[in-house]
Design a protein around this ligand. Sequence first.
Ligand code: ADP
Length: 708
Amino acid sequence: MSAASPAERPARGLRARLATLAALWRRWRLWAVLGLVVAGLLGVLIWLARNHEIDEVQRALDRESNGAALALRQGLARRQQDLHGLATTQTRVDAWAPAALALLDRHRDWLRLEWRDASLHLLAAADSPYYPPFVTDDTGPQSQQAQRIRETCANAQRFDGAAYSDSHFVQRPGGVGEEVMQLCQPIGAGTRRGGFLLVTYSLGGMLEAMLAPTYTQRQSVAFTELDGTRLAIQGTVRRPGRLFTSQQVLDLPGTTLMLRLDGGRQAPDTLPNVMTALVTGLSIALITVLLLLARDFRRRQQAEAELAEALAFRKAMENSLVTGLRARDLHGRITYVNPAFCDMVGFAPQELIGHALPAPYWPPEHAQEYGERQAVRLSGTAPPREGLESLFMRKDGTRFPVLIIEAPLIGAAGKQTGWMGAVLDLTAQRRAEEHSRASQDRLAASARLATVGEMASLMSHELNQPLAAISSYASGSLNLLDGEAAPTGTMADVRVALARIAEQAGRAGKVINSVHDLVRRRASQRHAVAPAALLDAVLPLVQLQARKLGVRVQLDCPSTLPAVWCEPTVIEQVLLNLARNAMQAMADSAAPRLLRLTVHAEPQPRGARAVLRFAVADSGSGISEEVARQLFTPFFTTKAEGMGLGLSLCRTGIEQHGGTLEHAPALPRGTVFSFGLTVADGTRHAPPAAPAETPALHAPAAASGAAR
Ligand code: ADP
């Protein structure tokens, strides 16, 4: 791969960052959408709650302004009635003034009360004691004031009732002024008397006198122009927060007044009322739950990722295994197989999974036996955890040996849900064993041939004796038969000589046979063999060498010993090798040369199978530490003509029988090699395979002295 150029690097970094962001988005998008929805919902809720509260405040203010307008109308109506009363009761000018003053005292919103005749000439007038008199120079008949009065009273005449003028400003001494409005009430409408009552209202006074104090405590009440200019005001808005306004049109005959109420909110904006507080509280709870959920979700995702990793690891492990894995449920149905198992039996996973008994890889000829075995296992008897050798069949019909190790499959709830089996294909192992066995056999044969070669010289020497005896008996017999006058009893002597010849020939034959036996031996089956028979089989050959080397052979094999379960060829070969080594070790020794072949029962723990220990002891040179280290190494030898294979073959042979070949120094000198063989099971006892012609060797000791 080529290195990225400097220009490409930032682009790659950006791409990687974008990919990370995209992955993050994919993972969290649902949460983001949920968060947005919840935030939107909460926003709408808070907005609605706030609006509701604003509406409430507005409605309350509207109610107040309605009430205020009503109170003003009623006040004005009451005052009109009072005027009517004054007009009808006081018809004389001198009596009119005190009555007018009394009314002015009662109505503090009245500034002045006038009585004018039908031509609007002033007949009488009274001023309110509560207000300083106005300052006006606008008094002429053409003045604005006179004009306004004329218009208002003309309106009153037209309505045949009270009429109001537009509001206007009047000056008072000291610079302060006042917005006022006039009311013209015709007196005795339709009567001869005629004339008008004219009242000057103070707009500020109206608000003060006609409205209850509750109206002006919480909000300001004002008369305004249509454009919003304030004409008179009562009360103040206490809270300067949010301002609410409610307006009412006060329609009076001849004029229109605008009543305006300004009010502030009762509570601060953040927690306006219980409903908003409740919604806010719920929102906080909802957001907390959301956060907790998100944390839980994150933890779950983490656990999921860990689980996925563990699963991937397990899968990779199973796929890389050469051991076949197979799981079955409690009814024997296959629930899982790994690739190695499928390769082994040649079936695809889908052909195996869910398959009930008999399994497709069972050879039909064994199906019944396997089925019975399964029935025992499924019945609840605990399966052997150790391996069980069996034979499976591939899809193509070929059989192959397997080793099955099965264990109960325990589910997450701690209950057994089936069986998990590990299956090992033994084909290769069997082939290797076969191969090793064949090599072992070839090696053993070579070793035997080497022994034979060695023995050839011994044999020629051994055969000399019987042959010489045969030859002298034969010439003696001939001499007897050739004599002219055969003495009496010649025939009897010849018979004796012939018998001797036959005996010596038999002896020579035995020597040859024992060598022939050794060479001819092949691997044989294991069976029960008497220990004495094993010793008897090798004794002639041992003695051949013993005689040559001047070794005394001593046997110790009680006849009461039970048979051992072994392959006699192998054990005989071992005994012969050990005996030969022992005698060779004594070859240069000046001390008495004694070879002891012993067999005795070895003490075993209770319940264990009895073992017989075979020992071959010499009084030779012994084994140095250096030699001991390499003793069983193939081709290690200290002898000029040795092959160095004897002990290594012996050890393999003994190990194949489940034993070990041991060696220890013998007392007072020399070495003892020993090994144990298990006693044969009584039921499978077979007659010892001892060669018929070998003389039986029995305890206490069938000792054979040195030859010659
Ligand atoms: P080889 O007999 O052909 O040398 P072995 O494997 O039988 O091969 O023996 C290996 C070596 O072990 C011998 O060369 C000898 O040095 C030593 N050895 C075996 N048996 C004895 C014994 N009984 N006493 C002393 N040395 C022994």
